[in-house]
Design a binder for this molecule. Structure first.
Ligand code: NAD
Ligand code: GLY
Length: 292
């Protein structure tokens, strides 16, 4: 197991990464000592992993679940409301904990519901997509989409822990792996030339989910994101770099209808015009732009 620390003002937490780390969930609950916990997931992830997660939590506290519809199109008020209503009906209080079991959509929704229920309760991120492991589960951005645009409503609400078990990736469709790789490439472009070159070298192994490569890449991307977030939690400056490719990406997602392009695919495509625009005469070179 690898651990990466995120330190923001007044709060720090650990990202636990690796094969089989879901077994750390009871230890995290023991540490947090909740009065009850709610696992928020979606229909796809729930059918694969909800029982396992529930069994791990049940020994620690009363555990209930809410199963949302699947897809970016449901990253909306209806889903947030479903989580809030479930929290209220199960009698959740300020000592309760929400567990987000799923990809970035579930993570953003569950984190947002946790941020506003009783003015804020604790939550744990259990990311199940590559994109969520390397990006969305880390850093505390939570929220939902509006008709007017993506992620227009949300909060900064940091999780108590992130548990990223690479075994979940075995059931992830290939297209979703590609979407996660786009955010990974983004980290190389914005933060670390050596990492970018490593990705160029190891891309086939990453696509094939070679365990050592996945461990290395998820760890390195989490370190990069944790570093940026620790220095600029509320996006007053440096954190804006993490939005590389997103201005174009969000436009693609909105204009084509949420879910037509996967978020990661849109960001990956958005990196191309962003790289093109960043080119000034002689710096960076055309060769650099074409490598993106
Ligand atoms: P997603 O949550 O829609 O998951 C992708 C698909 O994979 C879904 O159909 C899901 O049901 C399925 N799935 C998830 N885990 C699975 C598994 N282990 N096996 C089989 N199927 C599985 O998409 P995503 O790419 O994880 O996240 C994209 C979202 O994350 C976007 O809404 C984006 O805005 C958000 N995001 C947020 C941040 C942040 O900092 N909060 C950062 C990046 C992206
Ligand atoms: N994905 C952008 C951020 O976390 O700031």
């Amino acid at each position: 197991m690898k651990e990466v620390q995120v330190n923001v003002p007044g709060h720090s937490y650990t990202i636990k990464l690796g094969s089989g780390v879901i077994k750390e969930l009871p230890a995290e609950l023991k540490r947090l000592n909740p009065s009850s916990c709610l696992i928020a997931t979606n229909i796809t992830v729930g059918s694969l992993y909800l029982k396992k997660a529930t069994d791990l939590c049940n020994g620690m506290c009363r555990t209930e679940s809410v199963v949302l519809p699947d897809g970016e199109a449901y990253k909306d008020w209806g889903s947030v409301s479903a989580i809030l209503e479930k929290l209220a009906s199960m009698g959740a209080d300020r000592k309760s904990v929400v567990i987000a079991l799923g990809g970035g959509v579930v993570g953003d929704l569950a984190g947002f519901a946790a941020a506003i229920y009783m003015r804020g309760i604790r939550f744990i991120q259990v990311p199940t997509t590559l994109l969520a492991m390397v990006d969305s589960s880390v850093g505390g951005k939570t929220g939902m989409n509006m008709t007017a645009g993506k992620n227009l409503v949300g909060t900064f609400h940091q999780p108590e822990a992130v548990i990223a078990d690479s075994d979940f990736l075995r059931t992830l469709p290939e297209r979703e792996i590609g979407a996660g790789i786009a955010e990974i490439i983004k980290h190389g472009v914005l933060a670390d030339k050596d990492y970018f070159e490593e990705l160029e070298r190891d891309m086939e192994k990453l696509r094939a989910l070679d365990p050592e490569t996945v461990a290395e890449v998820v760890g390195r991307s989490c370190e990069i994101k944790a570093g940026v977030v620790s220095r600029d939690e509320k996006e007053k400056g440096e954190r804006a770099k993490l939005n590389l490719g997103h201005t174009f990406g969000h436009a693609i997602e909105k204009l084509t209808g949420y879910g037509t392009w996967l978020h990661g695919e849109a960001v990956g495509r958005g990196l191309l015009p962003a790289a093109g625009l960043s080119r000034r005469p002689g710096d960076p070179t055309d060769a650099g732009v074409s490598r993106v």
